[in-house]
Design a protein around this ligand. Structure first.
Ligand SMILES: Cc1ncc(C[n+]2csc(CCOP(=O)(O)OP(=O)(O)O)c2C)c(N)n1
Length: 499
């Protein structure tokens, strides 16, 4: 860490005699005295730049040599005397295009030849689906996950609606599979991300386990944050805890192999276990276990996608307005939009996990910061996941609570599987109104959004603005470079300004 102290030229950060870090982005935080620097872990000409491996350090500026840079928020002074406050533990790699990864891996498999232990395969979603069906498991329910997206997409595209239900939350999927078992005597497949384990613990322990109602079901759990893999901070914690959570719930599990024979063996073990224990069994699914499978592209119905709508909202807010962003791509887009506008991140709380809870976080803030306008930027999947929050908010009579729901009718952040959000027989506005929201409105066009945001600032809350959008977003979206703790600290400073 000490090697980073000293004079810091723009572009190249000498870390030791042999290693140079290339400064990729710079960002000032907390006024003039601290900054965060992201850098490649190798010179830009090497492979590291290609895969965008970077890390982050937090530096304190002790002395700045270039006067004209003073006061500019996102500018790293050309030459600064710096002290390293912390080396980032948060690393990130650009999303690898799964199709490239498959072809690259095939080449590597050929290179390792006879060393079968070095071969890395991918499961074909179709073959795995057929194997499940051949074991009598052909009823599917759950909440989509990024690691399961190819499998979920296959299930969505080939399974009739009567045998596949995308549930509002993961606990509901356990209950649904329990009902299915009691009606048919068969075991359903419940899929979820490990972030949703918390949502299933109650119905799992009080309904499904052998010592209560004893309901066999196969849990297919996407293992985000698996130890040894890079991931976002919240996933690292959850990933580490995942085997322990399953074990303490008494759920037998194994990792799903990445090749068909192994997967079929795992399914055989799962079926035998469910037959003998008469309880759930779990398969943990690692990153990129499946070959890519994409849902068919749908026609675009609206002028904007989530990113476009978000930009219109943010650009219509005032300086002191507070934003709580929901889980997934929305908060990542919000972070990048602030960077693009040369703004800091202190106005935004990025709810990196806790899907469905952004609105309750915003409500808690609104209650105790009555002079500020609190905007919750939500997603349809997230609102559906904990829709009871609408009742809590509607009955709260908190006038400065402003809810903006970007409804793209799908779980876009994890593969775009549909929600009920844009279904003809479903209406968020009617629900919110019936829950006690004082005003509800809808917008789709950029000008309508700006007008609606300005208007809702003057209205007494709780107010809901639903913005209907197309699905899809940018493929090269980055991830927040501020840690959750840094985000909270900046945000609390911003909230402390009470006028
Ligand atoms: C409890 C829990 N379940 C599942 C996930 C995985 N997940 C992250 S974002 C997301 C989809 C969110 O959908 P929506 O709110 O509609 O926003 P969109 O991605 O469409 O913008 C899901 C399922 C999670 N983070 N937490």
């Amino acid at each position: 860490m000490n090697q980073l102290n000293g004079l810091l030229p723009v572009g190249l950060l000498p870390v030791s005699q042999s290693v140079f870090f290339f400064v990729e982005r710079k960002q000032r935080i907390h006024g003039p005295s601290e900054m965060v620097v992201q850098f490649y872990t190798a010179p830009p000409s090497s492979g590291a730049q290609k895969s965008k491996c970077w890390d982050e350090v937090q530096l304190q500026i002790l002395e700045t040599r270039t006067e004209e840079m003073n006061g500019q928020r996102d500018c790293l002074p050309a030459l600064s005397q710096v002290r390293c406050l912390s080396l980032g533990s948060y690393r990130c790699t650009d999303a690898v295009n799964p199709e490239n990864q498959v072809s690259e891996q095939k080449e590597r498999n050929e290179e390792v030849g006879q060393y079968t232990e070095l071969v890395r395969d991918f499961l074909n979603p179709k073959d795995f689906y057929n194997a499940l069906c051949s074991h009598g498991m052909d009823y599917f329910c759950g909440v989509p996950d990024s690691l399961l997206k190819d499998f979920c997409a296959y299930v969505t595209s080939v399974t009739p609606k009567s045998r596949h239900v995308i549930t509002a939350n993961e606990g509901q999927a356990i209950a649904l599979a329990a009902g299915y078992h009691m009606a048919t005597g068969r075991a359903g497949v419940v899929y979820l991300q490990n972030s949703g384990l918390g949502n299933i613990v109650n119905p799992l322990m009080s309904l499904a386990v052998p010592s209560v109602y004893s309901i066999p079901m196969l849990l297919l759990v996407g293992w985000r944050g698996e130890p040894g893999k890079r991931d976002e901070p919240q996933h690292m914690i959850q990933g580490q805890a995942t085997p322990g959570i399953l074990a303490s719930c008494g759920i037998a599990f194994q990792v799903l192999p990445d090749y068909q024979e192994g997967a079929e063996q795992a399914l055989y073990v799962a079926r035998k276990h469910m037959e003998t224990s008469k309880g759930p069994y779990c398969l943990l699914v690692r990153r990129q276990n499946f070959l890519p499978f994409k849902l068919e592209k749908e026609p675009e119905m609206f002028p904007l996608n989530r990113d476009g709508a978000l930009k219109s909202v943010i650009d219509s807010l005032k300086d002191r307005d507070v934003v709580v962003g929901t889980t997934g791509m929305l908060s990542r887009e919000l972070f990048e939009h602030r960077v693009a506008r040369g703004q800091g991140h202190e106005k935004d709380f990025l709810t990196v996990g806790s899907m469905g809870h952004a609105s309750a976080i915003a409500l808690g803030i609104a209650q105790f910061r009555p002079k500020r306008q609190i905007f919750c930027l939500d997603g349809d999947g997230a609102v559906l996941m904990h829709m009871g929050a609408l009742a809590t908010i509607g009955q709260s009579e908190v006038p400065n609570f402003k809810h903006i729901l970007i409804n793209n009718g799908c779980h876009d952040s994890v593969g775009g599987q549909p929600t009920s959000g844009l279904s003809d027989s479903f209406d968020f506005l009617t629900i919110a109104q019936a829950c006690g929201y004082k005003t509800v409105m809808r917008a789709t066009q950029p000008e309508e959004i700006s007008e609606a945001v300005t208007h809702m600032r003057s209205l007494e809350g709780p107010v809901l603005l639903e913005i209907r959008t197309n699905k899809g977003g940018r493929k090269d979206l980055g991830r927040p470079t501020r840690t959750p703790i840094q985000n909270k600290k900046d945000f609390m400073h911003f909230l402390a300004i009470d006028h």
